[in-house]
Design a protein around this ligand. Structure first.
Ligand code: B12
Length: 201
């Protein structure tokens, strides 16, 4: 299982992670949880992966808990869109969250992918952000938003993420990590990371 604390990282002999996955769900080490699948395929490919589950978004501490990753943060709202998790179709606030411990509501923000990315940008400016999962995938283009009853722009603009992996991402995430790792090993120029990100598009 990927570490979720500094202590668990130290037990593995890691002083940093290559990739840190941030999710709006509790971490459940099971293949029906997208964040677990993504963390596991990266671990299997040899990357050091940590997980931050349901960070408290009012402050920065939870986002900084595992330090700065060598390659990037992978960010997902969780198994369903955060608006779907937080509101019923009649726009009532849900009293339970099936992907939180004990079904407790209120542990993920509305529009979680955007909130998490903006916090990460504050704490670790310059670290690439790779977004994915249902929320990012279905909001990848301009789209109708039921909750606001309006057309919203692509989530890429609100999150200011570097890469959006649409749909199933087992192969894509390993590809991104591998390319950024190769780039890390080369002598750095100010724009070298950006060039790799361009090459992936
Ligand atoms: C199985 C399932 C259920 C099961 C869940 C069983 C369980 N314990 O897991 C049950 C029947 C309980 C269920 C319930 C509901 N479901 Co459902 N469910 C599904 C279904 C069919 C598969 C989900 C799944 O297990 N996928 C496997 C995982 C591994 O895939 P994944 O999470 O998508 O992860 C992949 C990618 O998203 C990406 N990814 C994931 N995380 C990350 C992170 C990063 C960093 C990156 C880069 C990529 C990435 O890579 C992963 C691997 O390929 C999907 C439809 C579908 N085909 O996806 C609907 C779906 C998720 N469900 C949906 C809905 C609406 C619901 C309900 C709200 C229905 C209701 N009205 O009650 C409830 C939710 C309850 C709740 N509060 O959460 C919608 C969500 C829509 C949305 N916009 O969010 C979906 C998409 C169906 C649909 N098309 O409408 N569901």
């Amino acid at each position: 299982m990927p570490p979720m604390s500094r202590r668990a990282m130290a037990a593995l002999g890691w002083d940093e992670c290559d990739v840190i996955v941030v999710s709006g769900d509790a971490y459940v080490d099971h293949p029906s949880f997208g964040s677990a699948v993504i963390a596991r395929v990266l671990l299997d490919a040899g990357f050091r992966v940590g997980v931050i589950a349901q960070p408290r978004w009012a402050g920065a501490d939870d986002f900084a808990a595992l330090g700065k990753p060598r390659l990037f943060f992978g960010v997902t709202a969780g198994n369903v869109d955060s608006q779907v998790a937080n509101y019923s179709p009649s726009l009532q606030r849900r009293r339970e969250d099936d992907f939180s411990p004990g079904g407790r509501p209120g542990l993920r923000p509305n529009r979680a992918t955007t909130v998490y990315c903006n916090r990460l940008r504050e704490v670790f400016p310059g670290v690439p952000l790779v977004i994915g999962g249902i929320e990012a995938s279905l909001r990848r283009l301009a789209h109708y938003d039921y909750w606001e009853n309006s057309v919203r722009r692509s989530i890429l603009l609100d999150t200011r993420a570097d890469i959006l992996l649409y749909g199933m991402a087992e192969r894509g995430i390993v590809d991104v990590a591998t390319r950024l790792a190769i780039e890390e090993e080369k002598p750095q120029t100010p724009n070298s990371k950006l060039q790799v990100l361009d090459g992936l598009r």
